[in-house]
Design a protein around this ligand. Structure first.
Ligand SMILES: Cc1cc2nc3c(=O)[nH]c(=O)nc-3n(C[C@H](O)[C@H](O)[C@H](O)COP(=O)(O)OP(=O)(O)OC[C@H]3O[C@@H](n4cnc5c(N)ncnc54)[C@H](O)[C@@H]3O)c2cc1C
Length: 219
């Protein structure tokens, strides 16, 4: 509707998505791997960001690896599919169908970093690292068909700070205002989204837009 009267839009292909891995906190000590046995995200990042990275892994397949010392299930998915369990990481690797040695290499490398409290590859904070060495070992499935993500769309009409909808030249479309998720607003990228940024954006800029409309109406 906004576009039909000249409003310009931006970031219309963006979306927020999540399949939360935490809480509980224990989950953060696990490591995500894809079907190549490779890590791809620092697991202490916001769950919406981690989910974006999961979605773009080959065939959308990813597992969270945990050892007995930290084992837990996500509060948001207590019935999560445990795709593999083993007394060694090689058994888990074979059960997941990961090329021989790849997952074992990843875990060995991660365990070395965890013992030293430094992740030079993905920069996970030392507070959330501990070697995954206590059997049995498990792989929790974050693959699409096992754990679908939920989400909502981002992007929308471009506005001034006070909520006036702008056309492609940055000129206000007279009388049209937008805020919240009809507007492009602050939360423009799913990958960089964090909780609160949508409600905060909608209420703060919605209030500014409302004040502007009220001021105009009274003149
Ligand atoms: C599962 C989930 C979790 C979320 N968690 C968070 C979070 O933790 N933090 C955060 O910041 N954001 C979160 N969000 C996002 C946030 O809730 C939304 O982005 C925000 O509510 C959008 O607000 P809005 O006012 O723009 O739109 P909406 O809340 O969608 O309001 C639009 C309203 O317009 C009404 N409407 C639609 N068409 C018409 C019409 N023709 N005439 C009259 N009324 C109409 C609708 O009924 C609705 O009430 C979450 C969203 C979901 C789905």
């Amino acid at each position: 509707m906004g576009m039909s009267v000249g409003g310009a839009v931006s970031h219309m292909s963006e979306f927020f998505a999540t399949k939360p891995s935490f809480p509980p906190d224990n989950m953060v000590f696990g490591i995500f791997v894809n079907e190549r046995g490779q890590r791809f995200i620092n697991e202490d990042s916001y769950h919406g960001r981690a989910t974006h990275y999961i979605l773009r892994q080959p065939n959308g397949r990813a597992w969270l690896l945990m050892d007995n010392a930290i084992f837990a299930r996500p509060d948001f998915n207590p019935d999560i599919n445990i795709a593999a369990v083993g007394e060694t990481w090689a058994e888990v690797e074979a059960d997941l169908g990961i090329p021989s040695g790849e997952l074992v290499h990843t875990v060995e490398s991660y365990n070395r970093y965890a013992a030293a409290g430094d992740d030079p590859v993905l920069h996970k904070h030392a507070d959330w690292m501990r070697p995954l060495i206590e059997p049995p070992f498990a792989a929790l499935s974050f693959t699409g068909e096992d754990y679908p993500s939920t989400g909502f769309t981002l992007g929308g009409l471009l506005t001034s700070v006070s909520g006036e909808v702008l056309n492609g030249d940055g000129v206000p479309v007279t009388g049209l205002y937008a805020a919240g998720r009809t507007s492009c607003g602050l939360p423009r990228w799913g990958e960089a989204y964090c909780s609160g940024i949508s409600l905060g954006d909608g209420s703060f800029f919605g209030r500014l837009a409302g004040r502007e409309v009220a001021a105009r109406a009274s003149t």
